[in-house]
Design a protein around this ligand. Structure first.
Ligand code: 13P
Ligand code: SF4
Length: 309
């Protein structure tokens, strides 16, 4: 509509004037994906944040993602459209708890999912994303791994790397956890030829029935190129917008219903809006500010990940 068009024009002129870049995760609202300079999964967004020569990064994602961009770019201004957009799973892990586990298992190293707050990254040895986790963990010398905070991604990795021992933090992603195998199997009954692709944040029972398991970008690649026209997708519903945009020939089936019950829907990801993006660009508010020592300590495990893959 006309108001949205005006907002987009405002965002475009501000980002040009201020040499700003807008990074957005695939779970963002469709209208944000449409105006972003880069849309990506956690790994791609971290890399793009590291490579950019923009002066301002507007991060349309949840807080740990904007923090990661700041840690990789301490001299840049990183703006978060809505500071209330956090990740409930990241909030499940604490520094104290991780230090306790380290004490109990002095021979283990701490592998943290990128979905952790900056303080937890400072007590981690290496960071992983769902895309590179198996690769990174295989390359580590340590035989014993403390994995924080996603128990389901952790047990998925543990199955792929049976030679190592895993101690799992008991965190989980509420939207992915709630997706049951039955919901996907009911869709499969309707579309018997369909392939099922899910995110490894889903619970183990759901992962078990999938034809493909991968990060958001890996699901995109699989769904848009696999032989079957119908693909049932077990991840956040924001991905539908992107899939339909890049390959509208296929039929992407998400477990959706009107009141979001039964849908993989991350309320936190949806807290960013075009209005808020225009607002932070104009007023340079909601800047991510982290103490220097946190930035330095949290950067080490991130750099290690980026040097491995
Ligand atoms: P990826 O984009 O790395 O697959 O992560 C999914 C997610 O839950 C982000 O919060
Ligand atoms: Fe966190 Fe899950 Fe939302 Fe990703 S989808 S931000 S892991 S709650």
């Amino acid at each position: 509509d006309e108001r949205q068009q005006q907002l987009i024009e405002k965002i475009n002129s501000l980002r040009k004037k201020k040499n700003a870049i807008i990074l957005a995760h695939y779970y963002q609202r469709g209208e944000i994906q449409d105006i972003a300079d880069v849309v990506g999964d956690s790994l791609e967004l971290a890399r793009r944040a590291q490579e950019t020569d923009a002066d301002i990064i507007v991060f349309a994602g949840v807080k740990f993602m904007a923090e990661t961009a700041k840690i990789l770019n301490p001299d840049k201004k990183v703006l978060h459209p809505n500071p209330e957009s956090g990740c409930p799973m990241a909030d499940m892990a604490t520094v104290e708890g991780v230090l306790n586990l380290k004490k109990q298992h002095p021979d283990a190293i701490v592998v943290s999912y990128i979905n952790t707050n900056a303080d937890v990254k400072t007590v981690s040895d290496v960071i992983v994303t769902s895309r590179n986790a198996v690769k990174v963990v295989k390359k580590l010398d340590a035989k014993k791994i403390i994995f924080v905070p996603d128990q389901f991604l952790g047990s998925y990795i543990a199955k792929q790397v049976p030679e190592k021992e895993f101690i799992l933090w008991k965190g989980f992603c509420p939207p992915h956890f709630n997706l049951t195998p039955d919901q996907l199997l009911a869709l499969k009954e309707k579309y018997p030829d369909a392939k099922i692709a899910v995110h490894p944040e889903c619970n183990t029972e759901t992962v078990k029935i999938a034809d493909f398991v991968g990060s958001t970008s890996q699901i995109i690649e699989y769904a848009t190129t696999c032989e079957s026209k119908n693909v049932i997708i077990g991840t956040e519903v924001g991905l539908k917008h992107w899939l339909e945009k890049i390959n509208p020939e296929k039929n992407y089936i998400f477990p959706v219903n009107a009141d979001y019950c039964g849908t993989v829907h991350c309320c936190d990801m949806k807290k960013n809006t075009l209005d808020k993006i225009a607002d932070v660009l104009e007023n340079e508010t909601n800047e991510i500010v982290l103490p220097d020592d946190i930035i330095q300590k949290a950067r080490k495990p991130l750099d290690l990940m980026l040097s491995i893959v």
